[in-house]
Each structure stands twice: as structure tokens, then as C-alpha cells.
Ligand binder design. Structure first.
Ligand code: GLN
Length: 243
């Protein structure tokens, strides 16, 4: 018996030292802790994350917080580029919206969002769909939220932290410089066409681009268009209401 125990202990030890070695190696390569631990905290909850989704940021918690503090409730919400699902699922947990849909271009990201919805027991209140922006979406919403890729791949790349650029998914971060304006113009058009009258759109964006994007929203007929700052004092959010 003692003999077996010893072998078992040795086996357990070598397994865990292998795992520890791998973790150490990844850590030394600069892999962010959230990816090593496969979890990140966001707005009072712990979410599963892996390298196919962005690590949730405090600014994005502010977006959720603004909506929570308004105490307005919506029957449904659409989250475009849902990633790990942190925005959508936090809004559902706080009952800002009763039901929701998360769309993403990345099937791997959708798996992460689904895992989080299951762990948080929200599967019966949300659905997920693979879609480039709102192309595959047919429903109408009272609230549309998004943290889209918003960094210009060439001209703004130097502002991105090296660890972010090296380890986080580029499709969630970057857009081609030449396509940037038209990408958002068609995104906002789709948003307008999927909001019910009076519906609200709220997005996180780049501090150097939000004023220009506010103009696009106004040109599309959105009302009460406003750029909001994050706690660091930078322009960070764009909000508008469908007429
Ligand atoms: N805020 C992120 C960063 O600093 C960018 C997120 C995004 O592009 N949606 O890297």
C-alpha cells in the first residue's frame, strides 16, 4: 500500500511539475496572467478567457457601469463583437436587459462566450451567432452595445502596449487604416437598421476617432449623440439614440 502511495505521489508530482514548467515558460514569454490562469474578473464576476478573446479592460467595465447606473431596463440587447461575452452577460446579470444576443466573427470567441453564459447560468436568456457586425442578424433591439476592434493597424499601432500586440487576438484589436471609416459607417448603418425607434446604441472606441464617429452617427439621423470620457479622462465611449 505504502509502495503504491509513493508511486502515486511521484506521478502527481511529475505531472504538476510539467504543468508548472509550461506555465513558467509561458510566463517568461510574457503571456498575460489572464491567459495563463484562463480567467479574468469583470464587473463583479469571474469569466473564462483564452487567447482567442481580448482580456477584458476596466474601460469596458465603465461602459457596463454607465448603463447599470442609469437604471433603465431594456427588453433585449445585442452585443456586437461579443468576444468573451463580458459586456452582454454582465448586462443580463444586472438585469439591464431581460434577454440578449452576442455576435462575433470568430467561432472560437463564441465558444468562450457560450462557456461563460453556461457557467453564469444565463444560457436561457441569450443566444450567440457568428456574424460580421450585424450581417446575419435579423432581429430588432432596444439596446445595442459594442467594443469593436478600434485601433488603426498602421497609424495607431505604436500606441498599443507590446504585450497586448504580441498576445491578444489582432482581429479583436485592429482594422486596416484605409477601411476604418467605411467599416464604422456601414456598422453604424446596420445598427440604425436593427434598433427600434428610441433604441440606444453605446460603443467603446478610440480616443482619436470618436469625435469623427459621432459625426457619422448624426449624419445617419441618430439623436442625443454624445462622446463620453473614461475615468482616465480620454474620450472612450460613443452613444446615440435612434430617432
Ligand atoms: N482598449 C483596447 C486596448 O487598449 C483595445 C480594444 C479594442 O480594440 N476593442 O488595447
Amino acid at each position: 500500500m505504502t509502495h503504491y502511495r509513493l508511486e502515486l505521489d511521484q506521478a502527481a508530482c511529475s505531472i504538476s511539475s510539467k504543468v508548472t514548467k509550461e506555465l513558467e515558460g509561458d510566463f517568461l514569454k510574457g503571456v498575460p496572467f489572464a491567459y495563463l490562469l484562463e480567467k479574468a474578473e469583470f464587473y463583479e464576476n469571474v469569466f473564462y478567457v483564452n487567447s482567442r478573446v481580448l482580456i477584458p479592460r476596466p474601460e469596458t467595465e465603465e461602459l457596463v457601469d454607465i448603463l447599470v447606473r442609469e437604471k433603465k431596463t431594456y427588453s433585449n440587447v445585442l452585443d456586437v463583437g461579443t468576444g468573451s461575452g463580458v459586456i452582454l452577460l454582465s448586462l443580463l446579470l444586472k438585469n439591464v436587459a431581460a434577454t440578449g444576443m452576442g455576435v462575433d466573427l470568430s467561432p472560437d470567441a463564441l465558444k468562450v462566450a457560450q462557456t461563460n453564459a453556461r457557467r453564469l447560468r444565463l444560457l436561457d436568456r441569450c443566444e450567440f451567432l457568428k456574424s460580421d457586425r450585424l450581417k446575419e442578424v435579423h432581429d430588432f433591439f432596444e439596446l445595442i452595445v459594442s467594443n469593436p476592434p478600434y485601433i488603426k493597424a498602421k497609424s495607431h499601432r505604436n500606441l498599443v502596449h507590446q504585450q497586448v500586440d504580441q498576445h491578444e487576438p489582432h482581429m479583436a484589436l485592429y482594422l486596416d487604416d484605409q477601411d476604418y471609416h467605411s467599416w464604422f459607417a456601414s456598422f453604424f448603418t446596420q445598427v440604425r437598421d436593427h434598433l427600434i425607434p428610441g433604441g440606444v446604441f453605446m460603443m467603446e472606441g478610440h480616443e482619436l476617432e470618436l469625435e469623427a464617429q459621432a459625426k457619422i452617427l448624426k449624419e445617419l439621423g441618430f439623436q442625443e449623440v454624445i462622446v463620453l470620457k473614461d475615468l482616465g479622462g480620454s474620450n472612450r465611449f460613443l452613444r446615440g439614440k435612434k430617432a
